[in-house]
Design a protein around this ligand. Sequence first.
Ligand code: FPP
Ligand code: MG
Length: 327
Amino acid sequence: MTRVFTDTVLAADIAEGLARVKTLFESQLTSPFPAVNDLCRHVERYRGKMLRPTLVLVSGLAFTRETESLRSEHSIIAATVEMIHMATLVHDDVLDDAQVRRRGETVNFLRGNEAAVMLGDYLISNAFHLCSRAHDPALNLRLGEVTNTLCEGELVQLSRRHDLSLDENTYFEIVRRKTAVLVGASCELGAQLAGASTEDVVAMRQFGEHLGVAFQIQDDLLDLLGDEATVGKSILRDLEKGKLTLPMILHIARTHGAPRARALEAIEAKDSVALRDALTASGSIDAARAKAVAIVEEAKRGLPQTQRSHARELLLELADRIVARDA
Ligand code: FPP
Ligand code: MG
């Protein structure tokens, strides 16, 4: 990453937008019941990178004249996509039996699966309630499509756990659905609300979806190679839960004989040390990383020209950060 982000006006616009998102998020999740409120306050600690709301805001700013501001709908959609994301994380941690998220305890670890399932439901219900406050049914419809797709991705993934024949195309289909569509919709809706042309809105969705796929590949690499303290969440969940990820799929497809057998044994025995060794030796870790980088490059090439060039530069920088991150 060589670019340095120096546009102070844009930085102030984004900081202001994110502050509005935080306020909306907290006011939407306020209940008179401490049993509900305590869990909502706990889950707010999960807010980390704020990637999705940032993409809504920056995509919006990219198609807004310097003299104009973002619309109130931008803040609503930015807070909504973050709330959808939180709901999926709370449910995902139940599915993955995860104990740590954003350096804190998961809801399922702290309060059990029943509370976590209900909290995820509460978050998703509130996300659509919040979205309705924009009084634009098309936004609810679009985000409803996104959450349908996201659940389909998870259900397909669930049906293919422990399936060593999972191929690269199916992996990408799962990842596109479970992760990329929400990131794509964040860019798409940010641009659309700012009045971008249909062509640019489609290009922004594609840009976001590419980022989402690269994000998940990097996430899967961190699950296999990272350490819990740095990543800040439970690792080796994919291996534990029988989820085949890109380096494993590439290794199985590209190697033969002993190296292939060693990796298959390691996956079945959930032996992370042996698996890392086998995938590193075959170059499959590097190959997966290279794919993520290539997808980010494709995203950057497809990014349309925008009103505000500094916002476009920031989108390019955010794209690079997706594959450079270690948490
Ligand atoms: C992260 O996977 C998980 C997702 C991106 C999607 C999870 C979605 C669901 C569980 C469906 C719930 C849907 C709604 C609408 C509430 P990961 O385990 O690879 O990521 P991690 O490393 O962050 O845990
Ligand atoms: Mg998980």
